[in-house]
Design a binder for this molecule. Structure first.
Ligand code: ATP
Length: 270
């Protein structure tokens, strides 16, 4: 909400078990969990713990989920902020909000800061494809760079940022000591879709053993968020029909509904 400066949660419930597929990305963020848990081990030989990593990939593929799981696995507070919140902000507010966020995270360190849609503040400077005041956006970006540069090696706050447009980001963000690691979070392949179904079927009451290979085949191009949506929608469809459990046909109806929604969305874009 607008009134809140940012969200802070000590979310120890989200774990890597909630993140299906994404083996490569999980391996990379596991290292970040280690840095948060045992910083001294990693700095003992003079090495510096990375300050930030960029999670890059299409919408709904689990970037936010992965960042939350890092905080959950390391049992550290999770501070989150969305770049798009800055779009409507008054002059000076963005920079001070970034400053407050970093101060709070440092006070509670070890901690994770998550910046969703970083492209809304991190677009290359001088490009005017931003809806709000460009000066304000630049101030916010500059404050973010200042904060990351100001971290000592023993701060133990790691900043994860998500984007689906790494190509538009200001190169200054990717410089050494800032978001110098990029972690790719892609759309799931058929095997990963099956695993995502497994995760999201956990709370669903089904009437038969569902063929997950079949469901995975029926959902090419679906993101993890789309699959979560299918499972939820199937449960609602079945409940609407006063059924006691969800069956295969309910899933197929849900897939159709989601496909319809995706097609509509694509029509508006193109
Ligand atoms: P956006 O770019 O739109 O912010 P995102 O990549 O951050 O998207 P999430 O918000 O993490 O995506 O995903 C939305 C929801 O979709 C998750 O809360 C989860 O329920 C489901 N989901 C997405 N990816 C996965 C995955 N790999 N495994 C399990 N669930 C997933």
């Amino acid at each position: 909400s607008k009134a809140k400066l940012f969200d802070e949660k000590t979310d120890t419930r989200t774990s890597f078990k909630d993140v299906a597929g994404l083996e490569g990305a999980k391996e990379e963020v596991e290292e970040i969990v280690e840095f948060l848990k045992f910083p001294d081990k990693y700095t003992s030989l003079g090495g510096k713990i990375p300050k930030g990593a960029l999670l890059v990939g299409p919408p709904g593929t689990g970037k936010t989920l992965l960042a939350k799981a890092v905080a959950g696995e390391a049992k550290v507070p999770f501070f989150s902020l969305s770049g798009s919140d800055f779009v409507e902000m008054f002059v000076g507010v963005g920079a001070s909000r970034v400053r407050d966020l970093f101060k709070q995270a440092k006070d509670k360190s070890p901690a994770i800061i998550f910046i969703d849609e970083i492209d809304a503040i991190g677009r290359a400077r001088g490009k005017n494809n931003f809806t709000g005041s460009n000066d304000e956006r630049e101030n916010t970006l500059n404050q973010l760079l200042t904060e990351m540069d100001g971290f000592g090696t023993n701060t133990n706050v790691i900043v994860l940022a998500a984007t689906n447009r790494a190509d538009v980001l200001d190169k200054a963000l990717m410089r050494a000591g800032r978001f110098d690691r990029q972690i790719y979070v892609d759309l799931p392949d058929i095997r990963e879709r099956k695993e995502i179904f497994e995760v999201h079927l956990r709370p669903i009451k089904t009437s038969e053993a569902l063929d997950l290979d079949f469901l995975a085949r029926q959902t090419p191009g679906f993101s993890g968020a789309d699959i979560a949506n299918v499972c939820n929608e199937a449960a609602l469809i079945a409940a609407r029909k006063e059924k006691k459990a969800v069956n295969k046909q309910d899933f197929l109806d849900a897939v159709d509904r989601i496909v319809g929604g995706l097609e509509k969305k694509n029509k508006i874009i193109t």
